[in-house]
Design a protein around this ligand. Structure first.
Ligand code: HEC
Length: 507
């Protein structure tokens, strides 16, 4: 999601240069030999923008009842959501089926790793074993109670009151930042590497890891954030001092000032969009602006595909800007080695009229919402593959979800080896200084990815007849899908009009 001026309708902007920060202390990293914080170069720091938001037209969300009765809910991931109900915890699957976990304890967080284990932080730390939760031996290795939890791939991230821990295949690393509050989010990338944002007394610090060595790559100074989240478009969101701060996919910082102070932000790494809780109600940000959401009051969290969970007298419901569809069973970018079954779930199943699923554009046979990808099939081709599912309903717009995964021995394209040479051959002659738009770095490309792809696809760039070859274009598309696994940024260009999309402010 890219926030730009959008005809000045919903936003107005101020620009300022971000003040470089040089005095970050990273202390006590157990299991590491220690590392130096990286300084921000004062001359090349990203521009910091300040935007006053005028909310757009109100949105009546599509909402469906989810859990009956009083529950406090926490998202695990797209697959499972763990909810606290009186006397127990329940795990609710995407089809709405609930499993009682048999634990009566306050819930702090939950997440499922890509090898299938469900971790739950609830007074003690638990891990799923068959249909029950058992105490995790990890809890003994961590002093203090686990108060936040998140999973990425096979990694488990755990937060206590003053530190965070990363557990990766039998290896537990403690990461302590001075003044850390134990709140964190794993979101966004710095020079291609995943960032872990740790909240501390004087701001929030983006850490990158080299094996077991962590260093501060970026920081946003101020108060400790009241709330933090990451979305599927590579944005990281913080609430600081009643304002919403966005760290965009290429590192630019935008502060959004709403008419009423902001308290909370909800987003999920597998979906586009951000929910913003202000003192005068909730808004949904979708990249083109923020719209007040009607009928949503007591929010208890978000689910794994970007729906907002809210409680009312009848129980917990989930709200979204429209019907949703989800593909469950494979994580974006996952490398498959065994036959794997994917399930398709949609909102509003009783009004579903057709469900179609394609693999690399070829229709698949779907039985009871499930189909299988078989990497052991002799015809399976190594590389990146895309599954797309589309559901049409008796009325209203169809909804689509897609996920990319890889098969076999395959190296994803990267900037230095694959993309920079395409830039050098076809674009540098004009965009290496002569034109207003600079395209010489990976960040320049990531910032306007869908616009770039669309202009090349439409033949609008390069304008001198030195066209990008189809194989080069395919490499760019693959690179985009690897960078933005949730897909929206890479598929935009197939449906949007080049002038409408790229004219936004000219950048
Ligand atoms: C012969 C010169 C030339 C070449 C080669 C060229 N461009 Fe451009 N490009 C321009 C000019 C002129 C503009 C308009 C001024 C500006 O936005 O900087 C432009 C604008 C753009 C924009 C901005 C559009 C907007 O509205 O924001 C993008 C994106 C772009 N070019 C991408 C590319 C890519 C990618 C390549 C290489 C595959 C490329 N161009 C090759 C001349 C060129």
């Amino acid at each position: 999601m890219e926030h730009t001026s959008n005809d000045g309708l919903w936003y107005h902007h101020e620009m300022r240069l971000r003040v470089p920060v040089q005095c970050v202390l990273l202390t006590l990293v157990v299991g590491c030999t220690g590392s130096d914080p990286t300084e921000t170069d004062p001359d090349s720091g990203p521009v910091d923008e300040r935007v006053h938001v005028t909310p757009g037209p109100a949105l009546t969300p599509f909402s469906e009842p989810f859990i009956a009765g009083g529950a406090t809910a926490f998202a695990a991931d797209a697959h499972t959501l763990v909810a606290r109900v009186p006397g127990d915890l329940v795990a609710v699957g995407p089809d709405g089926a609930a499993i009682q976990l048999g634990v009566d304890a306050d819930l702090y967080g939950a997440g499922r790793t890509s090898d299938g284990s469900l971790f739950v932080a609830a007074d003690d730390l638990y891990v799923q074993h068959a249909a029950t939760l058992v105490a995790s031996p990890l809890a003994e290795a961590i002093p203090g109670a686990v108060r936040s939890l998140s999973t990425r791939g096979t990694d488990v991230w755990l937060g206590t009151d003053d530190a965070i821990y990363r557990y990766r295949v039998d290896d537990l690393v403690r990461v302590a930042v001075d003044g850390a509050t134990g709140q964190f989010v794993v979101a966004g990338r710095h020079a291609g590497r995943p960032l872990v944002w740790v909240a501390a007394a004087d701001g929030v610090f983006g850490l990158v890891a080299d094996e077991d060595q962590f260093s501060v790559a970026e920081s946003v100074f101020g108060e400790p954030p009241d709330s933090l989240a990451g979305d599927g478009d590579g944005n990281v969101w913080f609430v600081m001092d009643g304002e919403l701060v966005q760290r965009g996919p290429s590192g630019g910082i935008t502060t959004f000032v709403f008419p009423a102070p902001v308290n909370e932000v909800v987003a999920t790494p597998s979906a586009s969009g951000v929910w913003v809780g202000t003192e005068s109600g909730w808004l949904l940000g979708d990249g083109s602006g923020f719209r007040p959401v009607l009928g949503v009051d007591h929010v208890v969290g978000g689910d794994g595909i970007g729906r907002l969970l809210f409680a009312d007298a009848t129980g917990v419901s989930r709200a979204s800007d429209g019907r949703r569809i989800e593909l469950v069973g494979v994580d974006a970018g996952q490398s498959l080695v065994e036959p794997t079954t994917l399930h398709v779930y949609t909102s509003d199943p009783q009004h579903l009229s057709t469900l179609t699923v394609t693999l690399d554009g070829v229709s698949q046979v779907v039985t009871e919402g499930a189909f299988t990808v078989d990497p052991t099939d002799p015809d399976a081709v190594a590389g990146l593959h895309t599954v797309e599912a589309t559901a049409a309903f008796a009325s209203g717009d169809p909804v689509t979800a897609s996920v990319g995964f890889t098969l076999g021995n395959w190296t994803p394209p990267d900037w230095d080896t694959d993309i920079q040479p395409i830039y050098a051959d076809h674009c540098a002659i004009c965009h290496g200084g002569a034109t207003e738009t600079q395209l010489g770095t990976e960040a320049d490309w990531l910032e306007r990815m869908s616009c770039l792809l669309e202009m090349i696809d439409a033949g609008a760039m390069p304008p001198n007849g030195d066209d990008v070859a189809p194989t080069e274009f395919a490499t760019l598309q693959t690179w985009c899908k690897v960078q933005f696994p949730s897909g929206s940024t890479c598929s935009d260009f197939e449906t949007l009009d080049a002038t409408a999309l790229c004219g936004r402010g000219g950048q």
